[in-house]
Structure formats: C-alpha cells, structure tokens
Design a protein around this ligand. Structure first.
Ligand code: ADP
Ligand code: 5SP
Length: 633
C-alpha cells in the first residue's frame, strides 16, 4: 500500500538533507544551442534568443546559484486509486517482465560488467544495442559513477515509454548519461487499422530497465534526486477504480476512429482554435468516442482515463496525474488555458472526474512507492515530476527549448517538432499544435505514422536478423539513390500531410536487379521523403525554422540521417544522446523540478549531418513518383 503522504514528506525532507544539490549555473545565452561551436547560425541575431529563452530554465538557474536543487511538494490535486494496481486482467498470471539490456559507464559502478544482455524479443535485438553508456567519454569519465556514489551527488532518472520499448537513463548533473537500459514492448494489430499494447507490458518493461540499472549501477541509483517520465503520446488507457486496465490501450497509430472525428469537431465552435488542431484519427478524443459507441461498458466502468506514461506514474507512485503538454494532445483540452474542456469531455461520453489532474511538466506529481524505491535502491521518497509526451521530451533532450528550434524524430513514428512562443493552431495538412514541456512554449508538429515501424516491417519482410543490422548492410552496400525503388511508408495510413487512415504503402520501380538491400534503402528514402512532406507542411504555415536536430533510434544511422537532411535540405544536428533523447529530456525535466537547471550543458551536438547534393537531387527526382503513389490507395 502507498505510504501515507505525511510519512512520504518526512522521508523526502530527510532525503533532501542527505542529497544536497549540485545544480550548475551557466550563462543562459551561452547555454543556448545556437551558440554551439559548429552551429550553422552561430553569431546571428540574438533577438530570438532573448525572446525565446525558456523562463523556467532561467528561474532554476538562479535558484541553482544558492547551490541546491530545491525539493518541491507533490501536487495536492492528484488522486490515488483505492489500491495500487498490480496486474492487468489481460495478462497471464506470470510476471511478463522483459529483461532489460543495460549499458553503463564501464567504470561507473565497480563489480558489474557492461552490457548485461537479456534475451532477444521476437528474434530482434532488444533496445539500443551498441550504444555506449558513456557515449564515447569513457576514458575522460573514468570512475564517475563510483565518485557519484561516494559524494552523494544528485542524478536524474529519465524513463521513456516508447512504442518499441522502454528506455531508462541515469543522467548526472552535467547532463552526461552514466547508465542506460532498454527493454522491448510487443504491439498487437488484432484487426485492420487497430493497434494496441497491454499496459502491463509497459510496466513490465519499465521494471525490467530499472532492475537492470539497479543491478548495474546501484550507487548511481542511490544518488537519484528525481525521476521524469516521457511516453508515446495519444494512447488511451482505461482503468477501473483499483487502477486495473479494463482493455488493452489504443495507440497513437490506431486508425479505427475515423468516423468519430467529425462528431468530435462539432462539439466546439472553433475546435482547432481551442485544442490546436483538427480532430484526427489516432488522437484520444475520437478514440474515446469510438469506445463510447462500440464498447460503452469499458468507458463507463473507467474510473481513470490515462495517457501511457501516466499509467507508469500510477504504478510508480500510486498517483493519478498528467502533465499539460502530453494532455494538450488529447484534443480534450483548452490548450491555451491548460484546462480540460467540459464540452469536449461531454461530447466524447466522458465524466470530468475520469480525467487526471494536470500539472506542469517539471512539477512534482508524487514520490516513488516505498517498496519500489527499496527494490531499485532509490532514495526513499524520490519525487516523480509530470514529464511530457515523447516528442516534447525529445525536444528538451535535444535542447529544443526556444522558439524556432526543431527536432526530427526517427522513432517508431517520424515527427517534425517545432518550438514556438505563440500558440498557432493547425487547421489542416495533418499538422497539430500542442503545449511544449517548457512553460510558455508551444510546438507545431508534423507526424508520419511509420518511420522506424516501416524499417521494422521491411526487416521482417526480408528476413533480416534485426533492423540495425539491416541498416548496417545497406550502409555498407553504398547503393545509389537513383537505383532504388520508390516507397511510400503509409503502412498504417498517414497523418501529416494527408490525414488519411485509408492510405496504403507501395513500392514502385522494381526490376530484376532489385535486392533486399534496395528495398530496405527505399524504405529509408521513403521515410525521408515523407518527412520532407512534413517540412513543407510546416513551411507553408510561415514557420521559421532556425535549426533542427535529430532524435530517436533511427538517428543511429548516418545514412538515414543524411537522407533526411537531404530530403528537407537542412543541416541536422545529431548528438551522442540522440537515440535516448526523450529519456534525457525527461531526466532534465526531473532535475528542473527539484531546483536544478533545465539544460546543464550547452549542447550535446557531436556532428552536423549536412544535405548531400547528389542525394538531394535524386530524392527530388523521386518526389513526383512518390506523390503519384497516393492514387494507388
Ligand atoms: N542502427 C539503427 N539504424 C537505424 N534505425 C535503427 C537502428 N536501431 C534501431 N533503429 C530503429 O529505431 C526505432 C526505435 O527508435 P526509438 O526512438 O527507440 O522508438 P520508440 O520511441 O518509438 O520506441 C526502431 O523502429 C528501429 O527500426
Ligand atoms: O502520435 C505521435 C505524436 O503525436 C507519436 O509520435 C507517438 O508519440 C509515438 O512516438 P514514438 O514511439 O514513435 O517515439
């Protein structure tokens, strides 16, 4: 059972004495990513920087001068269910924890080998195999984890519930990832257009990563000052009063609710102006109306409707809450006001009490349950902050914390995310505007539904051992873009710019010389072309994109990164933490929540991926054929 709140706070007070903060103070302008060495716009006007500098970060930095990360009280408005949830009724009675893979600073925690590996999941490598835990700083950072343990320095733990798996990272006060672990999550497509996951699998995978981190880096876990949550967005999770899932979660790439979109939009006179975009398939509001129409009992019995990472919060802390950023994409909120809309809830058959309390992304939502803190060697009463959707957290992880900065995510989905200091609702083109995790900022988004998902699909199709190895073979082959087929990645319909759940994927230009590697490269190119469509949709709104960075698992590939840079014709920053960007962003929000700086280090960018003239020309030549595939639906 959850510890009584008063006891939690007493433990937390004790903790704050034992873990004095070490927040660093940096000049806010110098910390801006555009000032990074090698940045293409370095030295340009400072006005946008001054205007766009994130307010919370400045505030925290000032507090950091006092030398300690402040501890904050958990939000009062959060709700606790009758008892902590333990297992989904959809699961077999065994613990389905997928063993996590872990990578740590090789010298960080003595006595533990690096890269303890769990078994493969469905024949694919689990998690970000091959990522070095210290991201290439092993020699310079020798012994860092051990020192942290001795000095009691404060680390932040970021947990990212991606669609393909959970990634958890331990981040030190200089923003270095000292250990990370990953565990896969299965996905189910039980009917055409449907896409679901079991909340219990989210929790099992999360627990597996934290077990792995605890086993590999116990001292670092003992130094954790706060936890942040990032998660795949838009998932609908229906829970009973005890926190038990009533059905599998309906994911962001589920296309069942097309018929419900018009009815949802009709519920507000200026729907897009209120929520930030048109009602589109895959978003929570139409999916909830679908449940009201097709599974009314499940909706009626739901005591709580949660987003994916908020289910993790419930399991971690026993608290029911969400953050304003992730919740702003439900299409059930007055996005500017930051409140649930009574009209939209009613239109979807929802009762206001079914919705969680809303918090800022850096606000403390609760503390880790005592038995879990003991299991993972976390300090008793470790606070968990609001966190945000994975795209907002990916943005924070990539330093996208001022207007005009963008990130492009190559995860299961592909997302173009542009931070803005104005709320600019999207009125078409499959675009969507939400709140950013950084207070005062919003973000314009374009999203393609199958980026890594398309790569995974072709890897399975051609019998590759795993997607990463297939990409390595493609890179080694060096095939000219002029010789590969054209591929449209509409395997689950498409959101931006088409907003059409009925679109299908296609290859064209196959010849007797086409090999499995040609097909695989065509998929990478097709994703790049689809992201170029997002870029064009964003540009058509008049958006000024000063700089863009890559995040997500696909960013591990130089070829894929170059294809994307060439398709959008922009240099793209790529950091050593790109593949765990959302988890890093969640950790940064956690640190902010306990009085540390948002960005402790100016920039992680290791290299700039430049557009390649030849590739850009070949992709441009393929664009007309790519567009013609739309007629093949
Ligand atoms: N070495 C690699 N090169 C290119 N893509 C990769 C590589 N390794 C993994 N991926 C892709 O990265 C995707 C996972 O990225 P990730 O950001 O973790 O996604 P999510 O957050 O949706 O779980 C997978 O779909 C996989 O196809
Ligand atoms: O629907 C969206 C954003 O609107 C997706 O981007 C999900 O948030 C899934 O993210 P990944 O698992 O692909 O990172």
């Amino acid at each position: 059972m959850p510890l009584p709140r008063g006891a939690d706070l007493r433990r937390r007070a004790a903790l704050s004495r034992h873990h004095p903060g070490t927040g660093r103070v940096r000049d806010s302008l110098c910390a801006h990513p555009r000032h990074a060495r090698g940045h293409p716009q370095r030295g340009r006007s400072q006005r946008a920087l001054a205007a766009g500098a994130p307010r919370p970060a400045r505030g925290r930095r000032r507090r950091g001068v006092a030398g300690a990360w402040r501890r904050r009280r958990p939000a009062r408005s959060v709700h606790r269910p009758a008892r902590p949830p333990h297992r989904s009724p959809h699961q077999p009675p065994r613990d389905r924890a997928a063993p996590g893979r872990v990578a740590t600073d090789p010298d960080g925690d003595p006595g533990l080998g690096r890269g303890a590996q769990g078994p493969r999941h469905r024949g694919r490598a689990a998690g970000p195999a091959g990522l070095r835990a210290d991201h290439g700083r092993g020699r310079r950072r020798r012994g860092a984890g051990a020192r942290q343990g001795r000095r009691g320095m404060t680390l932040a733990l970021g947990i990212d519930l991606g669609t393909s798996g959970v990634k958890s990272v331990l981040v030190d006060e200089r923003d270095h990832v000292v250990a990370e672990a990953a565990a896969p999550i299965p996905m189910s497509r039980p009917r055409p257009l449907w896409c679901e996951q079991e909340p219990q699998d989210w929790w099992s995978a999360t627990a597996a990563t934290l077990d792995a981190l605890h086993a590999a880096a116990p001292r670092a876990m003992a130094g954790v000052g706060a936890i942040g949550l990032s998660g795949q967005m838009l998932g609908v999770t229906c829970l009973d009063a005890a926190g038990q899932p009533l059905r599998p979660a309906i994911l962001w790439n589920d296309g069942r609710a097309e018929a419900e979109c018009a009815a949802v939009e009709a519920a507000a006179p200026d729907f897009a102006g209120l929520v930030g975009c048109r009602a589109m398939v895959g978003f929570p509001a139409p999916k909830l109306l679908w449940l009201a129409r097709h599974e009314p009992a499940a909706l009626d019995q739901s005591r709580h409707i949660l987003l994916p990472k908020d289910y993790l919060r419930l399991r971690l802390t026993g608290e029911v809450a969400s953050d304003l950023a992730d919740a702003s994409a439900t299409l059930l909120m007055d996005t500017r006001a930051g409140t649930w809309s009574a009209d939209l809830l009613a239109a979807c058959g929802l009762r206001p009490e079914q919705m969680p309390a809303l918090l800022a992304s850096h606000a403390i939502s609760g503390v880790v349950l005592p038995e879990l803190a003991a299991r993972w060697g976390l300090p008793p009463g470790t606070p968990v902050v609001g966190g945000a959707g994975d795209n907002m957290c990916g943005g924070v992880g990539a330093g996208i914390v001022a207007a005009g900065l963008a990130s492009i995510s190559l995860g299961t989905s592909g997302v173009y995310f542009l931070a803005n200091d104005a709320f600019l609702p999207a009125r078409g083109g499959g675009m969507h505007t939400h709140r950013h995790a950084v207070e005062g900022l919003f973000a314009q988004n374009g999203c393609i539904l199958s980026a890594g998902a398309a790569l995974e699909w072709v890897a399975q199709l051609v019998g590759a051992e795993d997607a990463g190895r297939l990409v390595a073979q493609v890179e080694a082959a060096g095939l000219p873009v002029t010789e590969t087929p054209v591929f449209t990645p509409y395997l689950a319909g498409e959101r931006t710019p088409h907003d059409d759940a009925g679109l299908t994927g296609a290859f064209s230009g196959l010849t007797a010389r086409t090999t499995r590697l040609h097909l695989a490269q065509a998929v990478l190119e097709g994703v790049a072309l689809a992201l170029a469509d997002c870029h064009a949709a964003l540009a058509s709104t008049g958006a000024a994109i000063h700089r863009a960075s890559l995040v997500g698992g696909g960013a591990k590939s130089r070829l894929w990164s170059t294809l994307v840079a060439s398709a959008v014709n922009m240099p793209l920053g790529r950091s050593n933490t790109a593949a765990v960007g959302p988890a890093l962003g969640a950790a940064r929000l956690a640190r902010l929540g306990v009085g540390g700086p948002l960005l402790a280090e100016a920039d992680h960018t290791e290299d700039w991926i430049l557009p390649d003239g030849g590739i850009a020309e070949a992709l441009a030549a393929k664009r007309a054929r790519f567009a013609r595939h739309l007629a093949l639906r």
